[in-house]
Design a binder for this molecule. Structure first.
Ligand SMILES: CC(C)(COP(=O)(O)OP(=O)(O)OC[C@H]1O[C@@H](n2cnc3c(N)ncnc32)[C@H](O)[C@@H]1OP(=O)(O)O)[C@@H](O)C(=O)NCCC(=O)NCCS
Length: 331
């Protein structure tokens, strides 16, 4: 296990928080719950039927795991009412709320809203859109946050030559398909917070493009420079530069050649992609070609933490998402 994860789990363990896992019917998730609970990374609540889960996965040690069954939970009526109250202005009826609450993602989100757990992880089986919609509709953005986005925590392999930080932040790779300049500026602020709170580094933020400092002209570059100007206005203290090409952002010799005098170029540890195509492809390149461990997508800007998983995840990825969810639950 990387030093980053060892440290992350030790930090999470000290907080004694409870995380709901929405997919008790998936073996990777149940295994991750066992690992997280037995290693005291988090208290674990599996959303699902206890007897059915135990019958399906008899090899798991359930000693430290609790269950919450959406079909016969003691607080089912209370949770249904809470969901109805939250969504009635959007046209949800009481009958619809009574049906939707039985969906594990909504049940977990409502448990979180009610304060009965401290975070939720889902998405090993459900699609990202389903996880995100439950989070956005029930938990919503934190006060003052207009754009909920996501990041990947990218843990480099041993001997990685591009960054000396224990992990990098890549954003947004999973939520906002084509951000406006204002949304891109929000993504920068949220990623700054993620770098500080999750990785505990001084963020050096590169706003990426196919141009460096005016080397090309296109409206998509104009959007990145507009977002950069917004960030500089609202956060003059940030170490941020843009627009930068990826090589200028992470290779010192290229950075000093293409963006001389930049405090970020060549040494960036937070990469902000101009849109979801670039972000999603970019993180997978670093993961598959570069050998980085990709943890996420980690949601940024929600009022309480809900985190998504890749459907190709393994149990260790789920444990990492649980650890990060615990850290995000501290305001
Ligand atoms: C995130 C996503 C699911 C939202 O979809 P959507 O169609 O806007 O969902 P909804 O219309 O049901 O929106 C739900 C609520 O969230 C809000 N919302 C949507 N995106 C938001 C964002 N980025 N930040 C804050 N709020 C947001 C909506 O305003 C809405 O609020 P309301 O219902 O209380 O008025 C959509 O942008 C999406 O599919 N993104 C890509 C996800 C994906 O497939 N990623 C794959 C890569 S891993």
């Amino acid at each position: 296990m990387s030093d980053f994860l060892t440290h992350l789990y030790a930090r999470a363990g000290k907080l004694n928080k409870t995380v709901a896992l929405a997919e008790a019917f998936d073996g990777r998730v149940v295994k991750a719950g066992e690992i997280a609970a037995n290693n005291k990374i988090a208290n674990i609540v599996l959303i699902g039927d206890e007897a059915a889960t135990k019958a399906k996965f008899p090899e798991i040690d359930y000693t430290n795991i609790k269950f919450a069954n959406p079909n016969k939970h003691p607080k089912l009526a209370e949770y249904t009412k809470l969901l109805f109250e939250l969504r009635k202005s959007k046209g949800m009826t009481e009958a619809q709320a009574a049906e939707i609450i039985k969906q594990p993602l909504y049940f977990g989100a409502i448990m979180l809203k009610a304060g009965d757990v401290d975070g939720m992880v889902g998405g090993a089986v459900y699609s990202s859109g389903d996880v995100l919609r439950a989070a956005l509709q029930v938990i919503k953005g934190a006060p003052g946050i207009n754009t909920v986005s996501s990041c990947f925590v990218m843990v480099p392999p041993d001997g990685f030559k591009y960054c000396d930080a224990p992990a990098m932040i890549f954003s947004d790779c999973a939520v906002v398909p084509y951000p406006s300049a204002e949304q891109l500026a929000d993504i920068v602020s949220a990623s700054y917070m993620s770098a500080k709170s999750i990785v505990q580094i001084t963020p050096k933020i590169a706003m990426l493009s196919f141009s460096t400092k005016g080397s090309a002209k296109h409206e998509s570059i104009d959007k990145v420079t507009a977002a950069y100007n917004l960030v500089k206005q609202s956060h003059p203290d940030y170490l941020v530069d843009g627009e930068l090409q990826l090589d200028a952002a992470i290779v010192p010799s290229v950075g000093s050649q293409k963006a001389p005098g930049s405090g970020v170029a060549g040494n960036a540890n937070v990469l902000i992609f101009p849109n979801l195509d670039a972000g999603n492809i970019g993180y997978k390149l670093a993961q598959r070609f570069g050998g980085c461990m990709a943890i996420g997508p980690i949601m940024q800007g929600l009022d309480k933490p809900v985190n998504d998983l890749s459907r190709g995840c393994v149990a260790e990825d789920v444990v990492a998402a649980i650890g990060i969810t615990v850290l995000q639950s501290v305001k």
